[in-house]
Design a binder for this molecule. Structure first.
Ligand SMILES: [Mg+2]
Length: 315
């Protein structure tokens, strides 16, 4: 099946742009950008843990497998350049929503048909990969390379007390669909990092409060969230209504995983400029500030300040 699949893939992929080489040779030749160093990130998605093929369209799964990596490149304010894709395919294929059954080859093709438009949109070359069939469930692992811009990589360890906490978009309830169809914030991160001074950042993949606690740990400071300012997504409200389990929309926004929005530490005057300019196609909000005292803090409507337990998705 692999040779048949590779033949399909080589016909399907655009010609690699010089100086990029691959796939077809033993290894890919990748650009590293003018800075001479590059970013690399890898993610592994597995059937039964990250998705169920009986419930999720294979194209959406393929798209997500690439998008989560692009989101990590965005988190570093990098520009993605190339991807290597490893597939472990179930030998007997897999079910799809609506009772359809895909063979292993059809499944591989559907996964690629899901990710290729995204690769094209962000100018990411599919530089190679490996495809195997086995008796286990689908596993898809994608490694993405990226260039850093002259502004350098955006790291987690640069937040300073007094910096504002900025987030893009709305948070919570991604399980209702956005965890598949989210837009990696590549353009947004590049624009913000180029036009404004940013101290630190990450992509919110495991939950706002948990990821914020990781950023503060790296930066050796704390953070104070003003609860009223957290941008809550319509999906978070919808989830609270449909589950009726007492988890509020705000709780979803604070702790649901897979928002894939940017969380940034920005000096106060620069943050004011960003909030005034609103330079992105998604809103940017300030949800609080970084403080010298370590730990997370929540400030409620009456100005009371209490510790905030970081919660989110632990792998
Ligand atoms: Mg990340």
């Amino acid at each position: 099946m692999e040779s048949e699949f590779i033949a399909w893939l080589r016909a399907r992929l655009p010609e690699p742009a010089n100086p990029l080489l691959g796939p077809g040779d033993d290894a890919a030749l990748l650009p590293c950008g003018p800075a001479g160093s590059c970013l690399a990130t890898v993610d592994l998605l597995t059937e039964g843990v990250d998705f169920r093929l009986a419930e999720a369209d294979a194209r959406r799964v393929g798209r997500k497998a690439l998008a989560v990596n692009l989101s990590d490149i965005a988190a570093m304010a990098g520009r993605p350049t190339a991807a290597l894709i490893a597939l472990a395919l179930p030998r007997n294929g897999a079910p799809q929503p609506g009772g359809q059954h895909l063979s292993a080859l059809e499944l591989a093709i559907e996964l690629y048909e899901g990710l290729l438009p995204l690769a094209q949109e962000y100018d990411v070359a599919i530089a190679g990969g490996d495809t195997n069939c086995w008796d286990g469930p689908l596993a898809i692992s994608i490694t993405v390379w990226g260039e850093i811009t002259p502004r350098g990589p955006l790291r987690r360890d640069g937040a300073k007390p007094g910096d504002q906490i900025l987030v893009t978009g709305n948070l919570g309830g991604s399980i209702l669909g956005r965890h598949f169809d989210f837009e990696p914030r590549i353009r947004e991160a590049l624009l913000l990092n180029q036009r404004y001074q940013l101290h630190a950042g990450l992509d919110i993949s495991d939950g706002l409060s948990l990821d914020l606690s990781r950023l503060t740990a790296e930066s050796a400071c704390g953070a104070e969230i003003v609860l009223d300012r957290v941008p809550i997504s319509p999906a978070a409200h919808q989830l609270t209504q449909s589950l009726a389990d007492g988890v509020s929309p705000l709780d979803h926004a604070l702790s649901d995983g897979e928002d894939f929005e940017l969380l940034l530490a920005v000096p106060a005057d620069e943050a004011q400029r960003i909030l005034r300019d609103q330079p992105l196609s998604v809103p940017v909000a300030s949800i609080g500030q970084f403080v010298p005292q370590t730990g997370l803090w929540q400030v409620d409507r009456d100005g009371r300040r209490r510790p905030l337990e970081p919660r989110g998705y632990e792998h």
